[in-house]
Design a protein around this ligand. Structure first.
Ligand SMILES: Cc1cc2nc3c(=O)[nH]c(=O)nc-3n(C[C@H](O)[C@H](O)[C@H](O)COP(=O)(O)OP(=O)(O)OC[C@H]3O[C@@H](n4cnc5c(N)ncnc54)[C@H](O)[C@@H]3O)c2cc1C
Length: 437
């Protein structure tokens, strides 16, 4: 079958869905091709949505958030827990898949199923799949909750899985070559997170190196660089991801990739081939669904010269959905100092927050990084309950070029976690005046 469209998008993940909807909203005839049985991409089908659902369900089923406050610790039968986790995850995936499909339908975007590659012209050649559904993936392929697990990789995905499985009662060891968790984040946030993990019962082996992972006599054996041997029931690798660009016919179409196979684009998301744009994980870091969506939208406006949303937000926040959560926006204290900026910090601790005390969630920190001369906010770093939500206030203030005084001048609802911003700002001012150690 031959058909023609103003735009054909390969991949119905966050980048593809939003690019398609953006172009269609402006009256373009758009099709999206995906080889998967359902739209949504890895974000909906196997990565972000399932892991976040796993996290929420684990917190709920184990009463983890409040177990110290009420002296309660729920012990679920492992088989029952897995059954509930899988059922809830399947439900949320179905709901999210339906939302993506509804967005495509609302915008009259045609969804085609099949394996796509670039053809001459430019054109897109779609090879239909045989129609068979792939087996639904269970949570990282588990058929039961293991007794013990080694997680390799202390990045966002490793931290998320390691803390969620610890909350579920699994004996977890988290390994990384680096000597701290989440090396791109402020060191203080990494440290608070590491303490929280250890407090939950996780073992951290940072900077220890991973020697080898082998299966010996049917048993997994992880040997650390120090020679120490671990015998976990499962090993989870969370040490890096790569965009899937093979089989797209990129070289033939004149689309240049870098040494890691990532598609090279300019600031308008145009590739080296006329009329071909790329967005999302295939172009490399930060490889977030949040940013991929924005890239998709911006790519679509450039592709058609639409005078709307022409640039990407230069200040995206990062959220890590571990237990506890962590989030950041802007410069870390280390980056600011390395850049030669005369900066100061202000800290607000959840332990002093009435809301955190009432909720029994007193482990947390809001850290502000700001310039000493005009007190302009440069970065916000948060660890603790709802960090991923709280970060947006910092994002707004940095984006508006505000000084930390903005938090002092505002009235916050009481009790709230947000109010911690005010005390972090007061702490910063006191430091400026030399009233804090
Ligand atoms: C465990 C985990 C947790 C994460 N958590 C978060 C989070 O909390 N927040 C966040 O912002 N990001 C998160 N991410 C990252 C996020 O999932 C990705 O950045 C996002 O999915 C990238 O979107 P995309 O559209 O580029 O690609 P994808 O979501 O991977 O979608 C690509 C789609 O293209 C299709 N496709 C590929 N090649 C072809 C082809 N040749 N023909 C037809 N179809 C094709 C695939 O089937 C797929 O549906 C997480 C990732 C992981 C692994």
């Amino acid at each position: 079958m031959n058909d023609s469209f103003d735009m054909i998008v390969i991949g119905a993940g966050p980048a593809g869905e939003k690019a398609a909807a953006q172009a269609a909203f402006y009256g373009k005839r758009v099709a999206v091709v995906d080889r998967a049985a359902s739209p949504g991409g890895s974000a909906v089908q196997s990565a972000g949505v399932p892991t976040k659902t796993l996290r929420e369900t684990a917190l709920y089923l184990t009463g983890f958030r409040r177990r110290d406050t009420y002296g309660l610790s729920l012990q679920l039968l492992p088989s029952l827990a897995l059954e509930r986790l899988l059922a809830r995850t399947a439900e949320v995936i179905a709901t999210r898949t339906a939302s993506v499909q509804a967005n495509l339908d609302r915008n009259r975007v045609q969804l085609l199923r099949g394996q796509a590659r670039l053809g001459p012209g430019p054109s897109v050649i779609v090879r239909s799949e045989d129609g068979s559904e792939r087996d639904p993936e269970s949570i990282i392929g588990l058929d039961r909750i293991p007794r013990s697990m080694v997680v390799v990789g202390g990045g966002p995905v490793g931290c998320e899985y390691a803390s969620v499985f610890t909350a579920l009662g699994v004996e977890v060891t988290l390994l990384d070559l680096a000597d701290r968790l989440l090396p791109f984040m402020d060191t203080e946030i990494s440290d608070v997170l590491a303490r929280a993990f250890v407090g939950m019962g996780m073992r951290l082996a940072l900077g220890s190196g991973v020697g080898t992972v082998a299966r010996v006599g049917g048993q997994l054996r992880v040997t650390l660089a120090s020679g120490e041997r671990l015998h976990p029931e499962k090993v989870l690798f969370a040490a890096g991801r790569a965009g899937s660009t093979e089989g797209l016919g990129l070289p033939e179409a004149g689309v240049k990739t870098d040494a890691r196979g990532r598609i090279v684009v300019d600031e308008t998301y145009r590739t080296t081939a006329e009329g071909i744009y790329a967005a999302g994980d295939v172009i490399g870091p930060p490889a977030l669904a949040s940013v991929s969506m924005e890239q998709g939208r911006v790519a679509a406006t450039h592709a058609f010269g639409i005078a709307f949303k022409q640039t990407l937000d230069p200040l995206p926040p990062y959220g890590i959905y571990s237990i506890p959560e962590a989030a950041m926006v802007g410069m870390t204290e280390q980056a600011a100092r390395a850049a030669g900026i005369d900066c100061e910090v202000g800290r607000g601790w959840f332990e002093h927050s009435p809301r955190a005390q009432i909720a029994g969630a007193t482990e947390g920190l809001v850290k502000l990084v700001f310039r000493r001369d005009d007190r302009r906010l440069l970065g916000v770093h948060i660890v603790g309950e709802i960090a991923g939500e709280l970060i947006h206030q910092g994002q707004g203030a940095i984006g508006a070029g505000e000084p930390i005084d903005t938090f002092i001048d505002r009235t916050f609802n009481l009790p709230t976690f947000s109010e911690t911003y005010k005390y972090a700002a007061y702490d910063g001012l006191q430091r400026l005046e030399g009233k804090q150690p």
